[in-house]
Structure formats: structure tokens, C-alpha cells
Design a protein around this ligand. Structure first.
Ligand code: SAH
Ligand code: SF4
Length: 407
């Protein structure tokens, strides 16, 4: 897509291919093309390596005991299984864990693990560094640096959370990490090839084995890509709606000027696999005086008529420099009560990770210039002062990920 700019650093030495981002077919092909594995043995070797990487979480070829020593040495010359560097790990009082990961020089992303969301706990992953879409209430949209993450970089976020939670080999029950949500930095549908490969890898039964039903992709509404998303990933769909008429949505989600609400709703109705058992989640950020009246709650119900839907009301997370405020608690409750009456259960999200500014994608663009640690200290101070000035119960970093929005 022409929307993204690849700023990856090119180095003189050829980079080793990271096998963790390859689908099964891609892995077989890479093994054969490397000349190390004969075509007739490719499937067997790929299956062995797959299990070591994705079931056991190994990063070292030497631990792969069913592969001969000489072949392991050749693999090391051509391939890598290495994780990227974790620059910072923060744990909130409520158990939320935030990781700041350096994928490459200048390419830093956040991912966040939230306990007690979904079946056991959800990991919010990023799909891009920054975002080209500039929704007016979103901090990620203000970040300048944009490139798509590779499938390996998306998988690395899952592996790092699993490393930290001690969940290798991949447990078949009692998992802490049960759900994946693409709700971190970036627009996943502008990186569909890599998101789709990553979902194939995450959902594979002989590896990380998180079912497609527990993987949710959130989009701001790239209507023409919804069909492909459903066909290629069978993931659960979340739509960042935030407004019920085109005038307002044009303003706060500028992509609406390209694909308006009617086009978006049509595409959603045709989303593959949609049913009462597989409902679409509609995200709706509560912005004081912007989109939070009872009339808008009623308009939302009219708009969703006939679509198997759940609604996720998100208290706005303030960030330094924003003019928006979170709706008052009573406005949110009134809005929610109208939805409840129409049959949409408990849609308000509870706050998570507030003490560590765990809202996805809140790295400031200045982090390109300043030392990241200084930026983060400033962010924490500013976040604390924003939180201190809010009425009780309002404005909650990471609200968009918490509490029951995913089954
Ligand atoms: N780009 C995708 C996914 C990432 S954003 C999308 O827009 O859907 C994940 C969710 O967080 C979206 O619903 C987004 O609208 C919401 N969001 C972004 N900034 C927010 C903020 N400051 N407060 C509350 N929700 C926010
Ligand atoms: Fe991008 Fe989503 Fe933020 Fe909009 S809300 S700027 S699409 S990350």
C-alpha cells in the first residue's frame, strides 16, 4: 500500500532471516532455498523446527536435538531465531504488563499484556510503528515514524510475553495468555500480508496454538480490506466506529472521508463468518461534548440494527497535548443504559494499567529525538498530573482493552 513508508535501516552485511516470522510453507521454502535441506526432507525438517520455535519457544538451534550437529551449524550461518531487545518492562499494580521493544534502531513498539481479559488474559500487539491515519483523539496517529512491522516482529511480541509469563512449552490448558488483540500501534489492515501470516503462525495447533476465535483485529474502517481480512484470517473483527454520522466521523476518524459509514456498514454485514456466535465488536470512544449524548446512543442502536454486534464503550484516555476530555461518568452511564436496554450487555470498559501509562501507542514522536528514558519519565509525570486532575472514575489509560470486550 502506498500509505506506508519503509524506513528500515539497510546494513552492509546480509541480514539473517528470522525463521519465527515464516508460515509453514514459507519455512519449507526458506530451508530448501538455503541449500541446507533437500526438498524431499523439507516438510519433516520444517515440522521439527516449527515445534522447537513455536511450541518450546527456543531461540537456539543447538537445543534442537533431533537435528544433526552439522546441519544446525549451517542453519546458524543462514538463519536466526533471536528475539528483539526489550528496552523496558513495566508491571502495573493490577498485573498489566507493558513491554517497550526495539525491533531495529529507531523502530520501537509497545505491547501490553492484560490479565483477566478474554478467557484468561489478552496481549495487545502493534502492527505498525506509528500510524498514517491521524484519528484526532489518538496519540499513535501523531507519531511521525511509520513502517509496517514484519510478521517476525509481530510474533516477537507474543514470544516476549510468553517468555515473561513463563508459558513455554505452549500450555494446552490454564494459560495466562489466551487472547490476542491487534489494538496496539498502527492500522492492521494496512499491513494485512504480515498480520495474516502472523495470525497463521499464532493459531497453528503445533505451536503457540491460540485459536482464531480468540484473535481480534481492530480497524478504523478500511472497508475494501474487510473481506480479505475475514477470508485470510478468520479473526474476530472489531470496528473503531466512534461516531454515528459522517460529519462527525469525517472529523474524528478522517479515513471516513474515503470510506463512509454506509460503505463501512455494508462491508461489515458481508464480513465472512459473522454470526450471533461471532459478533463484531464496535468500539466507541467517549469524548466529552463530542459524541456522548443519549441521541447518539439511540443513533448507534439504529445503525447496528441487523448486525450481530457487541459494543465496547471506551472512556477516552487523555494524553499530553490533547484537547479532548473523557465524557463524565454519568454521561457514560446514561449512554450505556440506553444500549443495555436495547440488549447490548455491560459495554463499559474498566481501567487497566493506569499507573504505568499503559495505553497502547503512547510513545511520543519526540522519542525520535530525545532519549527514550527521559521521554518516558516525562510521560509518566504528565500522565500522573492528568490523572490527578480528573474526576473520580474518569479517563483511564488502556480502557479500550479491558474487561470483557473479547470472549
Ligand atoms: N488502528 C486500529 C487499531 C489500534 S487502536 C483502530 O483504530 O482500530 C485501538 C483502539 O483504541 C481503537 O478503537 C482506537 O480508536 C482506540 N483509541 C485510540 N486512542 C484512544 C484514546 N486516546 N482513548 C481511548 N481509545 C483510544
Ligand atoms: Fe491509527 Fe487506530 Fe490511532 Fe486511528 S485510532 S490513528 S487508525 S492507531
Amino acid at each position: 500500500m502506498a500509505h506506508t513508508l519503509d524506513l528500515s535501516v539497510k546494513s552492509a552485511a546480509p541480514a539473517l532471516v528470522n525463521l519465527t516470522g515464516l508460515t509453514r510453507d514459507g519455512l519449507m521454502q526458506a530451508l530448501v532455498e538455503s541449500g541446507v535441506v533437500e526438498p524431499r526432507k523439507a516438510k519433516m525438517r520444517a515440522t521439527q523446527i516449527w515445534r522447537w520455535m513455536h511450541h518450546y519457544g527456543f531461540t537456539d538451534f543447538d537445543l534442537m536435538t533431533d537435528i544433526g550437529k552439522e546441519q544446525r551449524a549451517l542453519f546458524k550461518e543462514k538463519f536466526t531465531l533471536a528475539r528483539p531487545e526489550i528496552i523496558e518492562r513495566q508491571v502495573s499494580n493490577d498485573g498489566t504488563r507493558k513491554y517497550l521493544i526495539r525491533m531495529a534502531p529507531g523502530i520501537e513498539v509497545e505491547s501490553v499484556y492484560i490479565p483477566s481479559v478474554g478467557r484468561a488474559g489478552a496481549l495487545c500487539v502493534s502492527s505498525q510503528v506509528g500510524c498514517t491515519l491521524n484519528c484526532t483523539f489518538c496519540h499513535t496517529g501523531t507519531q511521525k515514524l511509520v513502517r509496517n512491522l514484519t510478521a517476525a516482529e509481530i510474533i516477537a511480541q507474543v514470544q516476549i510475553a510468553r517468555d515473561d509469563l513463563g508459558e513455554w512449552p505452549s500450555p494446552s490448558e490454564d494459560r495466562q495468555l489466551s487472547n490476542i488483540v491487534f489494538m496496539g500501534m498502527g492500522e492492521p489492515l494496512y499491513n494485512l500480508d504480515n498480520v495474516s501470516d502472523a495470525i497463521d503462525i499464532i493459531s497453528d495447533n503445533e505451536g503457540i496454538a491460540i485459536s482464531r476465535r480468540r484473535i481480534t483485529v481492530s480497524t478504523s474502517g478500511v472497508a475494501p480490506e474487510l473481506q480479505a481480512l475475514g477470508n485470510r484470517t478468520q479473526a474476530m473483527l472489531a470496528i473503531s466506529l466512534h461516531a454515528t454520522n459522517d460529519d462527525l466521523r469525517d472529523e474524528i476518524v478522517p479515513l471516513n472521508k474515503k470510506y463512509n459509514i454506509e460503505q463501512l456498514m455494508d462491508a461489515i454485514r458481508n464480513y465472512p463468518g459473522i454470526s450471533n456466535a461471532r459478533r463484531v465488536t464496535f468500539e466507541y470512544v467517549m469524548l466529552k461534548g463530542v459524541n456522548d449524548t443519549p441521541a447518539e446512543a439511540r443513533a448507534l442502536i439504529r445503525l447496528l440494527k441487523g448486525i450481530p454486534a457487541k459494543i465496547n464503550l471506551i472512556p477516552f484516555n487523555p494524553w499530553p497535548g490533547t484537547d479532548y476530555q473523557c465524557s463524565s461518568w454519568s454521561a457514560i452511564e446514561t449512554f450505556a443504559a440506553i444500549l443495555n436496554k436495547a440488549g447490548y450487555a455491560s459495554p463499559i470498559r474498566t481501567p487497566r494499567g493506569r499507573d504505568i501509562l499503559a495505553a497502547c501507542g503512547q510513545l511520543k514522536s519526540e522519542s525520535e529525538k530525545k532519549r527514550a528514558s527521559v521521554v518516558r519519565r516525562e510521560q509518566r509525570e504528565e500522565a500522573a498530573s492528568i490523572q490527578d486532575n480528573l474526576p473520580a472514575g474518569e479517563s483511564l489509560p488502556f480502557a479500550h482493552l479491558a474487561g470483557g470486550m473479547i470472549d
